[in-house]
Ligand binder design. Structure first.
Ligand SMILES: NC(=O)c1ccc[n+]([C@@H]2O[C@H](COP(=O)([O-])OP(=O)(O)OC[C@H]3O[C@@H](n4cnc5c(N)ncnc54)[C@H](OP(=O)(O)O)[C@@H]3O)[C@@H](O)[C@H]2O)c1
Length: 287
């Protein structure tokens, strides 16, 4: 894979494409997938405390043979640890599991709990050299505006659900205006709605002599969005990493834009779990 980079709002360079490891729970398979990705040129890995695979990612980083400073490692703070002291402890736990002295990007996983206190802790960890860039995930415009008010550091990244069925143009525009990089989770909608056999996407793939997965990633990249496709299969990891060769026309982009349904495909984004998470957030004050 050819590596391309975005420059974050603090000057740190972040690869445009990385490997996601959500639901890659088997430690051996997860370690193998990360090593396979790195061997195929990936330099960014996206994990989270709540995925339960930071230790496997850590082993892969140690055994991959690529110097640490060439890699870009993202992990995330779970909402139950969203407080000042809890965030600091959670970062230490993640660093230990990952066998690292610092992470490249640390994200607040969801906008629940004592977000502002966690952010204060994360800002301090940046100054202490334990994190190179901080950001958020699953934040809407209101939540971002609230966080930015009074913050010393503006989030570098907002990692959000983003795929052809949920294109979120307004949020992307807002993020651009604030200098926050959008990063797509579930770029393939986790395979929902038969995305890999969608006639519009497959028609464009046929025209360009590439795969549906590559068309989707190229469409996101064309909008200035970072991508972290997940696969545990070597041939798919390779395939996904090769999307930079696909040059979509304006017409292709408009055709894919037309697939937007304007709503999340995942229940937690529709609010089913929000009251529960808000309540739990209170029980884990940790301020
Ligand atoms: N911040 C958040 O709240 C949040 C939430 C969800 C995910 N994420 C991050 O975003 C990453 C990506 O999202 P995701 O894992 O949910 O879903 P995804 O990347 O949209 O889809 C992954 C699914 O697509 C399959 N797949 C991958 N490449 C393929 C290809 N070329 N052809 C056909 N099928 C293919 C994978 O199967 P195989 O593995 O069998 O290949 C897997 O079932 C995650 O791994 C995680 O790091 C973040």
């Amino acid at each position: 894979m050819e590596n391309k980079y975005f420059t974050l709002n603090n000057g740190v360079k972040m690869p445009c494409c990385g490997l996601g490891v959500f639901q890659n729970k088997d430690p051996k398979l997860c370690e193998k997938s990360v090593i396979c990705a790195i061997e195929n040129g990936y330099r960014m890995i996206d994990t989270a405390a709540v995925y339960g695979n930071e230790a496997a990612v850590g082993r892969a980083i140690k055994n991959c043979g690529v110097p640490r400073e060439e890699l870009f490692i993202t992990t995330k703070l779970w909402f139950a640890d969203c407080g000042y002291k809890k965030a600091k402890k959670a970062l230490e736990r993640s660093l230990k599991k990952l066998r690292l002295d610092y992470v490249d990007l640390y994200l607040i996983h969801e906008p629940y709990g004592w977000v502002k206190n966690a952010w204060r802790a994360m800002q301090e960890c940046v100054r202490e050299g334990k994190i190179r860039a901080i950001g958020v995930s699953n934040f809407g415009i209101k939540e971002l505006e609230n966080l930015i008010k009074g913050a010393e550091i503006v989030p570098a990244v907002n990692q959000i659900e983003l795929h052809p069925f949920y294109a979120r143009k307004e949020l992307i525009k807002y993020l651009e205006s604030r200098g926050i990089l959008p990063e797509a989770w579930a770029p393939f909608a986790e395979g929902k709605l038969d995305i890999f056999r969608n006639p519009v996407i497959c028609g464009i793939a046929e025209k360009h002599g590439c795969t549906a997965a590559q068309v989707i990633l190229a469409w996101l990249h064309a909008q200035g969005v970072a991508v972290i496709p997940k696969s545990s299969k070597p041939e798919r990891i390779r395939e996904n990493g090769e999307f930079f060769k696909v040059n979509l026309s304006d017409e292709d982009i408009v055709a894919i834009d037309s697939l937007d349904r304007g709503e999340s495909l995942f229940p937690w984004d529709k609010g089913y779990k929000v009251p529960l998470r808000k309540t739990l957030g209170f029980f884990h004050l940790g301020v």
